[in-house]
Write a protein that binds this ligand. Structure first.
Ligand code: HEM
Length: 383
């Protein structure tokens, strides 16, 4: 990642604040999952709903929006409109996720309140991003992918809050859950990871001249695929398969043209995550619950933990040591992360994600993977 005036001026507490709240939600999820793995095997189980939102909305979305505060200025070559707006977003989102998790598990009346706070946070974030996008000197396809992610980050809570309110006050339709799932899993995570994550992979592997036309095609296929599936069309599923195939092809091309031969830990996590994406899509027509579990625990879990190994050490090093580099002895960027703990975590998370859909008793493996992951990030902060 390039150090520019834009990303140096954002205080470390904005992205790092999101990351550490996200980690707290991840640890809470993994502990609950180890104790009650059966809850995720049945759709709409109260504890399962709490866990799904701790993991996806707490951990996944937290890292995503924390990371976007850092990445958007680099991707569109314009500074954030007001970086300090990150703090109220963090507060509203963090409090909202906590209330929602408590509400789903114990006190259903809290769910709409928590959901409203999350919606307010994500609308605020979206307004911030739109104002930032407007300052871009030129536009590119990564910007378009980021704009779609922002759109789905607002649509998902709108649909979720609608379900929560209709569940309490009437006019509930269980079928509408599919829309919420498609917007959240497909719109937010598929598009952010396959559409924007690949840009990061090209930076990590020092690959230049990436042809962004594939990304343009991916965005069409993914969006139309999600719309098709929302209306129950088989064509939608085929389009999503095509989108995933394009993402895999693009990653293959990036890796083939890379200058840096060794694949570092972030890239290895990304590739393992893409493997889970392929498995999840193939399983979708025959075993939807297995598919959602592979998508969330495998694809989202591995890619997001791996991205943190790249982003956090870079941020901490840039803020703490870059100004002193050259004048005194400072640690090297590559010494910021305890790699062995991070690799061990990756293996355990991957194993856990792979077998849990068939052997729910293996859920503690996932917790065993989360612990060295959290330790590795704490070490980064200490070094
Ligand atoms: C990106 C953010 C989100 C993602 C990825 C997401 C994902 C999910 C998933 C996977 C489920 C199904 C879980 C299961 O059956 O065990 C679900 C259900 C649900 N979500 Fe979300 N969610 C998000 C945000 C929200 C928000 C902000 C609310 C606001 C209240 C919300 C409300 C609900 C409700 C009420 C259900 C159950 C709906 C029903 O039974 O019909 N979600 N969500």
């Amino acid at each position: 990642m390039i150090v520019t005036a834009q990303n140096r001026t954002i205080p470390l507490s904005v992205p790092a604040g999101f990351f550490f709240l996200a980690e707290a939600f991840l640890v809470a999820f993994a502990a609950a999952f180890a104790l009650h793995p059966e809850a995720l095997e049945v759709p709409r189980h109260p504890l399962g709903l709490a866990m799904a939102h701790l993991f996806l909305l707490g951990f996944g979305v937290g890292v995503l929006i924390g990371g976007m505060h850092q990445l958007v200025p680099v991707a569109i070559e314009a500074p954030l409109y007001r970086h300090e707006w990150g703090y109220p977003v963090m507060l509203l989102w963090g409090a909202g996720v906590g209330l929602m998790a408590l509400g789903f598990a114990r006190a259903p009346a809290l769910v709409p309140w928590g959901g409203a706070l999350v919606l307010a946070a994500l609308v605020f974030f979206a307004v911030h991003m739109v104002l930032t996008f407007l300052g871009a000197p030129r536009w590119n396809r990564v910007g378009t992918a980021l704009a779609w992610v922002v759109f789905y980050l607002v649509l998902t809570p709108v649909l979720g809050l609608f379900q929560a309110l209709t569940l309490r006050y009437g006019f509930y339709d269980p079928g509408r859950l599919t829309w919420h799932l498609l917007a959240g899993l497909g719109g937010v995570f598929l598009i952010s990871i396959a559409g924007v994550g690949y840009k990061l992979v090209s930076m990590f592997t020092l690959t230049h001249d990436v042809d962004e036309r594939v990304l343009g095609l991916f965005l069409w296929a993914a969006n139309l695929g999600l719309l098709g599936l929302a209306f129950g069309e088989t064509l939608g599923y085929l389009l999503l398969l095509m989108a995933a195939a394009l993402a895999l092809y693009d990653t293959y091309r990036i890796l083939r043209n890379r200058m840096k031969r060794a694949l570092d830990i972030g890239v290895r996590h990304y590739l393992a995550g893409l493997g889970f994406l392929a498995l999840a899509l193939l399983a979708l027509p025959v075993a939807p619950i297995v598919s959602v579990l592979w998508f969330a625990l495998g694809f989202v879990g591995l890619v997001v933990t791996g991205m943190l190994y790249k982003i956090l050490p870079f941020l901490v090093w840039t803020h703490r040591y870059a100004p002193r580099a050259g004048r005194e002895r400072v640690p090297l960027l590559k010494d910021m992360l305890p790699e062995r703990a991070a690799s061990l975590s990756g293996v355990l998370l991957a194993l856990g994600a792979l077998v849990v859909p068939f052997v729910p008793q293996a859920a503690p493996l996932y917790l065993l993977g989360v612990l060295p992951h959290a330790y590795a990030l704490l070490e980064v902060m200490r070094r």
